[in-house]
Write a protein that binds this ligand. Structure first.
Ligand SMILES: Nc1ncnc2c1ncn2[C@@H]1O[C@H](COP(=O)(O)OP(=O)(O)OP(=O)(O)O)[C@@H](O)[C@H]1O
Ligand SMILES: [Mg+2]
Length: 328
């Protein structure tokens, strides 16, 4: 049974991912990469996760595709219509899970070995899945055409491709098994402005023509604006604000979202951004040392006593619009 549009494809509940890291002084640090994230991606939906460096975006993407087991919390996927916890799967079932959730990695230059031939980049994952011969050739042709790469490139080495072509190849590889969900980790951040639009168009067509849900990870709100239907803002491992795109950009409520918008050159024109004073502390704190209370209080121009002591819950302030801020 296929889930209908609008029903969840994958759901995260209170997911935490903590890493233990040794330091030179022998003390073990606890890095809270994700610190209680609940969100979902619906069937055929385009969702964006936005946040600064170190906010936990890649970790969230890895949890979704089955590569990063959470320290606690629930992950439920409905790829076949019934609920499955990907982290309880083994053997064949786990392999099947990986086929349903493809990942486009953050850096197209390190995501694929530059010394491989394009044909092998696509042929080897198929071989591992037991697909070879004519069936493999057919799939390779399909994905090359899907990402608009001419078949003549199959004999090229990866290093002979341009940045945009590499990113197309990375997307082609992620589509080999007809996934239901694609996690695209900063798919356009390394590309020139002229190529960004092309790759976003490609991801849009993957969504609309193939019905693939896309979870886009980006540090650029402007990218989220042109692409996503729903946007979540992540800050030090927690969601600060979520809303559908129209509501998000017409009524941004969290001071952090407002700061991010004010700092986006392409979005400064939005009349909805209130004038907010910038505080001196502008660096994002470390995930190994998360401020108490509201984790954003050290940078928030509006922080008051309560923000330093108590963590605000993510609460719905309007249908589908959630904010974690004591001012709302
Ligand atoms: N395997 C790991 N071991 C230890 N710490 C990790 C590991 N993976 C991520 N982290 C830490 O977790 C935090 C979140 O990292 P993550 O890569 O998810 O952030 P990000 O939002 O994707 O950042 P960027 O925008 O720089 O890609 C960071 O402090 C990072 O150093
Ligand atoms: Mg990242």
């Amino acid at each position: 049974m296929q889930p209908a549009g609008g029903s969840p494809l994958i759901e995260l509940k209170d997911v935490k991912v903590y890493f233990k890291k040794g330091s030179i002084f022998g003390k073990r640090k606890l890095i809270k990469a994700l610190d209680g994230v609940s969100m979902k991606v619906n069937f055929k939906e385009k969702v964006a996760i936005v946040g600064e460096t170190g906010s936990g975006k890649t970790t969230l993407g890895r949890v979704v595709v089955g590569l990063q087991r959470p320290t606690s919390g629930e992950v439920t996927a409905y790829f076949n219509g019934y609920p499955v916890n990907p982290y309880s799967l083994k053997g064949r079932a786990k392999k099947e899970y990986f086929k349903n959730a493809g990942m486009v990695y953050q850096d197209p230059y390190s995501a694929i070995d530059p010394l491989m031939r394009v044909r092998d980049v696509l042929r080897i994952p198929l071989l591992y899945a037991g697909i070879k011969g004519e069936e493999a050739d057919k799939r390779i042709k399909e994905v090359m055409s899907r990402v608009s790469l001419s078949e003549e490139y199959l004999s090229y080495y990866v290093f002979q491709l341009s940045g945009g072509q590499r990113q197309r190849l990375v997307i082609a590889r992620a589509l080999l098994f007809n996934p239901k969900l694609l996690v695209a980790d900063e798919p356009v951040s390394m590309l020139d402005a002229s190529l960004k639009g092309d790759i976003l168009d490609l991801l849009n067509s993957v969504n609309s023509d193939m019905g693939v849900s896309v979870l886009m990870v980006t540090h650029e709100l402007a990218v989220a604006k042109v692409f996503a239907q729903r946007i979540h803002v992540l800050y030090l491992g927690k969601i600060m604000e979520s809303a559908n795109s129209e509501e998000f950009f017409s009524n941004p409520l969290h001071p952090y979202t407002q700061l991010l918008l004010a700092a986006s050159p392409d979005l400064k024109h939005l009349r909805t951004i209130p004038e907010i004073p910038l505080k001196k502390v502008s660096e994002i704190p470390s995930s190994a040392n998360i401020p108490p209370g509201c984790r954003f209080h050290t940078r928030c121009p509006f922080a008051f006593d309560k923000c330093i002591k108590e963590e605000p819950p993510l609460k719905e302030v309007k249908e589908g619009h959630e904010v974690a801020c004591w001012l709302r």
